[in-house]
Ligand binder design. Structure first.
Ligand code: 2AM
Ligand code: CA
Ligand code: CA
Ligand code: CA
Length: 267
């Protein structure tokens, strides 16, 4: 196994254990408000600390960017770890059992390895650049879905960006004419992993952060899919607006959302 993937998997499993232990012991969970509709718990922080400790032990010089810790600069700034210790905190706080640990490592601006781990189902999604994506060791290959007709699409509501809610509802409305249905699971990392695993046919969301999608992006690409921003370019690292699926599904989504974009969503 790729040595960095090995470390990422070990760190994700350790974080997963911390999370599931607390799921069965809710009195030990302290929830704090970060912003409107935005929560963090002591478990997010503990899980992130455990991941950072494991990475630092093997790679003391690497730079780490975590949702809860921000950037921890290392001497070697060519390698960057991007981690979301608990993607789906709102689900976790409600006891809604759907969330994941997301860890990616980038070298010279390219994602090399990715892990999305669902500790409840014990599902480990991994990818190594150029070597494919796997779920629990089985190769993932996306299906050749021909259009968005009859598809199941995952998405997330722009809960932090209510100024886009009319645009977003417009997008849903336009897509709903052709697709079969939507899923809104509350974990962007798992949404992307599920695209790779053909559990949903496509995905789009407004305003993600790098740690939400960095691992899932590589898993989709290595399973044969593509990821774009809302106009089919690749400025999603800056904009956080993502569309994912096979080429035909992504094109279908882009065509439907086009008329509901504002200038700030057109990237
Ligand atoms: P988080 O749990 O790591 O914060 C995109 O939908 C991302 O937004 C999710 O993966 C989730 O990441 C985050 N998020 C934060 N608050 C949310 C909420 N109220 N509903 C859904 N997602 C939320
Ligand atoms: Ca969060
Ligand atoms: Ca997240
Ligand atoms: Ca998180």
């Amino acid at each position: 196994m790729h040595p960095m993937l090995n470390i990422a998997v070990r760190a994700a499993r350790r974080a997963g254990t911390i999370i599931t232990q607390h799921l069965s012991n809710p009195s030990a969970v302290e929830t704090m408000q970060k912003g409107q509709n935005d929560f963090v718990t002591n478990v997010d922080k503990q899980a992130e600390a455990a991941i950072i400790e494991i990475i630092k032990k093997s790679y003391p010089d690497h730079t780490i960017i975590g949702e809860e810790s921000g950037q921890i600069a290392g001497n070697d700034n060519t390698v960057q770890w991007v981690i979301d210790p608990l993607d789906g905190t709102t689900n976790f706080v409600k006891g809604f059992p759907h969330f994941a640990v997301s860890i990616a490592a980038r070298q010279n601006g390219r994602t090399e390895i990715a892990v999305v781990f669902d500790p409840i189902r014990n599902e480990l999604f991994t990818a190594v650049r150029g070597q494919g994506a796997q779920l629990n060791g089985y190769r993932l290959r996306m299906k050749d879905v021909k259009s968005i007709e009859g598809t199941i699409l995952a998405t997330g509501f722009p809960f932090k960006y209510k100024q886009f809610s009319a645009n977003f509802i417009g997008m849903l409305n336009a897509l709903f004419v052709e697709c079969a249905d939507f899923r809104r699971t509350g974990s962007a990392a798992l949404d992307l992993a599920y695209v790779a695993a053909n559990r949903v046919d496509g995905y789009f969301e407004i305003g993600l952060k790098p740690w939400d999608f960095m691992a899932g992006e590589l898993i989709v690409k290595e399973a044969g899919g593509i990821v774009t921003d809302f106009v089919g370019d690749n400025n999603y690292l800056e904009s956080g607006n993502l569309v994912a699926g096979n080429g035909k599904v992504v094109r279908g989504i882009l065509n439907k959302i086009r008329e509901h974009l504002t200038p700030s969503l057109s990237k």
